[in-house]
Design a protein around this ligand. Structure first.
Ligand SMILES: [Zn+2]
Length: 434
């Protein structure tokens, strides 16, 4: 008999083989025992060749031999042996599929074949086995930009069945989905322009980031009117609860330095080409480094921070009175020469309102320095959906420069300068003048 060993990469062939055996088992059709023994031998060889776990190989060989013995001797297979053989075959194939996806980054490639897709989802069903579910998850991820809504719905379903799927499998992930406490608001209206013309754009598997405040997937929507992106689902909790916490490891008033600090002096020197006055407001202080450089460079600083613990830690470390507030709720009659909004806009629920508010808080000729991700940046043009930007779970909107510009014009800002960020890949830095 000619042996036609399929490769494990040809998952479609493997599924067909598995399904044929499954049908024969279900119909008790053992008349042509040579045929079924041959099919079982081929599949077991594929599985044994693909598994590197000696223990798994031993167990699987034993089970397979028991099934073949029964067929040869009794022309039948006991139901216990059947289900055991099928489930172990399935699990070892699932393990191989997971390994292929993790090692070869196959999850970055869409499945073009609808038939394969159907088989994959049939095969990796909701059987309750965590490895099969993880294989199902990786198959689902192939649709993150090809069919984002399908991908989103499917990931939510997977985690409803297996809330701690990732923490059960990956040692360093502590994510568990708790639908009772995680309550997302669903946005069917663009929070930037108010249009209802949005269409699914990308599904981010947030569960991979392992933060428990977030549902396992986030669906990015692209607005057809303003052409910017927003999250379809976003946590309903207060914005301060899911943002900040940059200083959680800080002890004894010693702050961490993440970026090279001269980067900030370059930013301030650029700002001074347009406004060299000193009354300064920073909205969202991060880990405090920009504020520290502003002090060094002689600004008369004020700041607002939404995260209570960061606010307290940085106030104390830098001896600056930082106000704990959500910028959108903050009330003051003060006006400023320079307002800093560094990588804040993408976290805010009403980004245009925040920009309008900053404009109104500027003195004449005052400057707003704005840094925010640009989903049409060079980084994203090059890295596409593989960039870490897509999995930032507390980001709510993404602008492109072309999508942001009309709003800046309408508010009254003049764009004085565009720079690619030195600090975050994919962010744009704008100097905007009143
Ligand atoms: Zn819009």
């Amino acid at each position: 008999m000619e042996k036609n060993i399929v490769k494990i990469e040809d998952f479609k062939e493997v599924f067909i083989l598995f399904n044929n055996i499954n049908c024969m088992f279900e119909n008790n059709s053992f008349d042509n025992k040579n045929e079924i023994v041959s099919l079982i031998s081929i599949l077991s060889e594929v599985i044994l060749n693909s598994s590197s776990d000696v223990n798994n190989q031993k167990i699987y060989s034993k089970i397979t031999l028991a099934v073949i013995d029964e067929i040869n001797q009794k022309h039948n297979v006991s139901s216990a042996n059947k289900s055991n053989w099928l489930s172990v075959s399935k699990e070892l194939l699932a393990l191989k599929y997971i390994q292929m996806n993790i090692e070869k980054e196959l999850y970055l490639q869409p499945l073009d074949d609808d038939e394969l897709r159907e088989m994959l989802f049939d095969f990796f069903d909701y059987s309750g086995n965590k490895n099969i579910m993880l294989a199902h998850f990786f198959a689902t991820l192939k649709y993150d930009y090809k069919n984002p809504k399908f991908c989103y719905d499917e990931i939510i379903r997977i985690f409803e069945k297996h809330p701690s799927l990732f923490s059960d499998i990956f040692q360093n992930v502590s994510y568990a989905y708790t639908p009772d406490t995680i309550c997302d608001t669903i946005y069917d209206v663009c929070p930037i322009c108010g249009s209802k013309t949005g269409e699914p754009y990308f599904c981010a598997a947030q569960a991979l980031c392992g933060r428990n405040n977030f549902s396992p997937a986030k669906l990015w929507i692209k607005c057809n009117d303003c052409s910017n992106l927003y999250a379809y689902n976003f946590p309903s909790v207060k914005n301060g609860e899911i943002n900040g916490h940059y200083t959680r490891n800080v002890k004894n008033n010693i702050l961490n330095i993440k970026n090279q600090l001269y980067i900030y002096s370059q930013i301030f020197n650029r700002i001074r080409m347009y406004n060299d006055k000193r009354k300064y407001l920073e909205i969202g202080v991060g880990n405090g480094e920009m504020l520290a450089v502003a002090l060094e460079m002689g600004y008369d600083v004020s700041a607002i921070e939404i995260c209570k613990s960061d606010c307290e830690t940085i106030s104390s470390a830098l001896d600056v009175d930082i106000k704990w507030a959500d910028f959108l709720d903050y009330e003051t009659d003060e006006k400023y020469d320079v307002i800093i909004m560094g990588d804040v806009l993408e976290h805010v629920l009403e980004p245009i309102k925040a920009l309008e508010k900053a404009y109104n808080m500027l003195n004449d000729n005052g400057v707003l320095w704005l840094s925010t991700p640009n989903f049409e940046s060079a980084t994203i043009r090059m890295r596409k959906f593989t960039d870490a930007m897509w999995n930032q779970n507390n980001h709510f909107t993404y602008f492109s420069y072309n999508g942001l510009k009309p709003f800046l014009d309408k508010i009254g800002f003049t764009v004085k300068r565009y720079d690619v960020s030195d600090r975050y890949n994919g962010s744009m830095e704008l100097i905007l003048q009143k």
